[in-house]
Design a binder for this molecule. Structure first.
Ligand SMILES: *[C@@H]1O[C@H](CO)[C@@H](O)[C@H](O)[C@H]1NC(C)=O
Ligand SMILES: *[C@@H]1O[C@H](CO)[C@@H](O)[C@H](O)[C@H]1NC(C)=O
Ligand SMILES: *[C@@H]1O[C@H](CO)[C@@H](O)[C@H](O)[C@H]1NC(C)=O
Ligand SMILES: *[C@@H]1O[C@H](CO)[C@@H](O)[C@H](O)[C@H]1NC(C)=O
Ligand SMILES: *[C@@H]1O[C@H](CO)[C@@H](O)[C@H](O)[C@H]1NC(C)=O
Length: 382
């Protein structure tokens, strides 16, 4: 009993000291002291090298993100980032005073100790729903079958090597930030690319939201519920971008009726689709907050900060809103059969920071930076 008492008073002292330390460090980097680690799940919007590592380990053809001009603005080397520079998750890591999150694949067998400040499980091409389910819906798989659930399972397998006991693991999760996405965008992209109509794709929305949050169907355990049960408390859950402004979709649905475009040249019905997904996601996150009162969930709005750039590009120094920086011709400088970084596309625009779109699907570092700034403000208000 005595040992317990003294260890608990020691613990109290430790907490007080940690608290003072937190206040002191908060003067420098406000949230660094709040989170022990960051664990990230998602797709190419957050992939910091996983697809590249998987392709290497399976001796598959390397993704185009492995090659320049990807990475030209910041990393100046082969990266695996589908961007000219840093992604939203990189800017968040910087803002939190963390190193860039290491990709899970490629490092997992070598140095799990480098995961001390977090791990990134996001894989370019990943979907929220699993490949076999999408295949049944007539939506074939693409670059990966590492869906959200598969990523969360990898995390569960890794977890014991990051902590000493189940109490310790719970504590690690309690003090960590879980970045849950962006995920789900590809489920829809693949559907649209497979020629499904909007009605068929809208039917996927509750399923996608359900697999992330699962408060629609109480019986099924969703990925967020799973993490909550492990002890996770703080979530950042991004919504979808305004895909009606995406050069890939503008090219695919090129020549639509004039009245289908908004004043900024974006397709209204596709943006409405993104808004629909975002609304349902927020609604379900609201239910999750009610069911788990101790849980903190920040909805990361990717839609409105991006939309602001299309509305007033000048304000943030953008000159090209709908044309791709790393592209190869056509009205939006986008050709679906020639990807940025492929052997026939090694060039990009002179100044990526004046373009919103990097490669037609992904955004430039300049865009991600502005979105990350908006998201970070939401996180600070937690
Ligand atoms: C795929 O997802 C469906 C629907 O969520 C689920 O019923 C099925 O068990 C999953 N399959 C695999 C292999 O995970
Ligand atoms: C994904 O596909 C690979 C083969 O490409 C297979 O080995 C692996 O088991 C699959 N994983 C899942 C979770 O379906
Ligand atoms: C795609 O699906 C096919 C069959 O449905 C499977 O053989 C293949 O491994 C899958 N590829 C990926 C990357 O998931
Ligand atoms: C934005 O700037 C360009 C010149 O860089 C100018 O031609 C255009 O009128 C400006 N648009 C607005 C809405 O201010
Ligand atoms: C896209 O590139 C392919 C291959 O070079 C070419 O055949 C096709 O005409 C291009 N499409 C457009 C819309 O420019």
């Amino acid at each position: 009993m005595a040992t317990f008492a003294s260890s608990s008073s020691l613990k109290q002292k430790f907490i007080i000291v940690s608290f003072l330390f937190a206040i002191l460090t908060s003067l420098h980097s406000p949230l660094n002291a709040c989170f022990a680690s960051v664990f990230s799940f998602g797709d190419s919007i957050a992939d910091t090298g996983n697809l590249l590592a998987i392709s290497r380990s399976e001796s598959r053809q390397l993704p185009t993100s492995a090659f320049p001009p990807n990475g030209r603005t910041f990393f100046h080397r082969l990266t695996g980032w589908f961007c000219d520079g840093r992604l939203i998750i990189d800017f968040l890591a910087e803002a939190l005073g963390f190193p860039f999150l290491p990709p899970y694949f490629g490092s997992k067998n070598e140095r799990p100790e480098q995961f001390g400040k977090g791990v990134n499980f996001a894989v370019a091409g990943a979907t929220a729903l699993n490949s076999s389910f999408l295949a049944k819906k007539g939506i074939p798989n693409h670059s990966t079958n590492i869906s959200l659930e598969v990523q969360v399972n990898f995390f569960k397998d890794l977890l014991p090597s990051l902590c000493l006991s189940s109490t310790d693991c719970k504590e690690l999760l309690r003090t960590s930030l879980i970045a849950m996405g962006e995920i789900g965008g590809n489920d829809y992209n693949y559907g649209f690319w497979a020629g499904k109509n909007i009605k068929e794709i809208r039917e996927l929305v509750p399923l996608v939201v359900d697999i992330i949050t699962s408060s629609i169907n109480n019986i099924k355990i969703s990925n967020m519920q799973e993490l909550i049960e492990l002890g996770a408390v703080t979530f950042l859950v991004p919504g979808n971008f305004p895909i009606g402004c995406s050069p890939s979709f503008l090219t695919q649905f090129q020549g639509s009726d004039k009245d289908e475009y908004d004043p900024f040249g974006c397709l209204t019905w596709l943006n409405q689709f993104s808004e629909h997904h975002n609304e349902l996601l927020q609604k379900e996150l609201g239910k999750l907050r009610i069911r788990h009162p101790g849980i903190k969930i920040v909805y990361a709005d990717y839609y409105n900060p991006t939309m602001r750039l299309y509305r007033s590009p000048n304000r943030s120094g953008f000159k090209e809103t709908l044309k791709v920086c790393c592209g190869s011709g056509g009205p939006y400088n986008y050709n679906t059969s020639i990807s940025c970084g492929s052997p026939s596309l090694k060039r990009s625009c002179n100044d990526p920071s004046s373009y919103i779109s990097w490669d037609g699907i992904h955004y430039t570092e300049a865009t991600y930076k502005l979105v990350a700034t908006a998201v970070f403000e939401e996180l600070m208000n937690l």
